[in-house]
Design a protein. Structure first.
Length: 287
């Protein structure tokens, strides 16, 4: 008997509203359930997933202001991970916080989405992150494997740009928003980062159980690809996205004394993620 097929995502959802007073809190519970069903019950691709292959992810929405009966404002945090081959360990792929959350929602209204048109800001944002999660997961298994899903996310951005009430979709609003998060993946300057994602996960982490030293060499090669991006685009947005997910893991990978050319690795890390300088200094001192 074949295993049952499933949707792509196994998404945990939280809707929080600790700072919102004197409102009907039940609407947030209803919204949480609606988002859960929207993310987990929809088929996002034509790929066949088994139940155990679903992408582990989470969405946390923090409502900071209920502007009117159907108008909400806040932030959305998105995380995803995938298992490392041969290990009882999941590696974080995406760890992202979007401060530009605004949407309209009436309790019990259906959450509808069509990739060819912008029906609502809420469902466009949720679908955007569904495709981003899938794209970034695919990139860790095959070189540029997420391309079609980045393109769909990019299409959602284009559809949403006509919504004058919403923010986060326009290139001129910020250099760190939904527009740039997908657009940057198609920039030639960031192509080595996509190669690095594949090397780091498929040729690095997934090979650790087989050949620890070779796997670490491949992860170092991935860092060298990232360093090429750094030379072209210092302190880039996508580099922050990578290390927001990976800094703690990278520290653990290089904490052993068996690392080849450790001083060069530490110097690269200091260039790539200067916000983590204390951690990289400890690596260099073998602490």
């Amino acid at each position: 008997m074949s295993s049952a097929t499933a949707q792509e995502l196994n998404c945990r959802v939280q809707v929080l509203s600790p700072s919102v007073q004197n409102t009907n809190k039940q609407v947030y519970q209803t919204l949480q359930q609606a988002i859960y069903e929207f993310m987990n019950n929809r088929r996002w691709t034509d790929q066949v997933y088994q139940m155990e292959e679903r992408i582990e992810c989470s969405i946390q929405i923090n409502i900071t202001d209920q502007i009117s009966a159907d108008e909400f404002q806040g932030s959305i945090s998105v995380q995803s991970s995938r298992p490392v081959y041969g290990a009882s360990y999941n590696t974080t792929v995406l760890n992202w916080k979007d401060q530009n959350l605004w949407f309209r929602y009436l309790e019990f209204e259906p959450l509808d989405f069509n990739e060819n048109t912008h029906l609502s800001n809420l469902t466009s944002i949720l679908a955007y992150y569904a495709y981003l999660i899938i794209a970034m997961d695919m990139e860790t298994f095959s070189l540029k494997g997420g391309e079609p899903y980045f393109l769909t996310a990019q299409k959602i951005v284009g559809n949403a740009q006509g919504d004058r009430e919403a923010s986060g979709w326009q290139p001129f609003e910020s250099n760190r928003n939904r527009y740039w998060l997908t657009e940057s993946f198609f920039d030639q300057n960031f192509e080595p980062l996509r190669t690095a994602n594949y090397k780091y996960h498929r040729l690095g982490l997934d090979q650790m159980v087989k050949d620890d030293a070779e796997a670490r060499r491949n992860i170092t090669a991935a860092l060298e690809d990232l360093h090429q991006v750094h030379r072209n685009r210092p302190n880039s947005f996508l580099m922050n996205v990578f290390f927001d997910a990976k800094s703690g893991e990278v520290k653990n990978i290089y904490s052993t004394d068996l690392v080849e050319d450790k001083a060069r690795v530490v110097q690269m890390l200091q260039d790539l993620a200067p916000n983590e300088t204390d951690s990289w200094d400890k690596l260099g001192n073998n602490n």
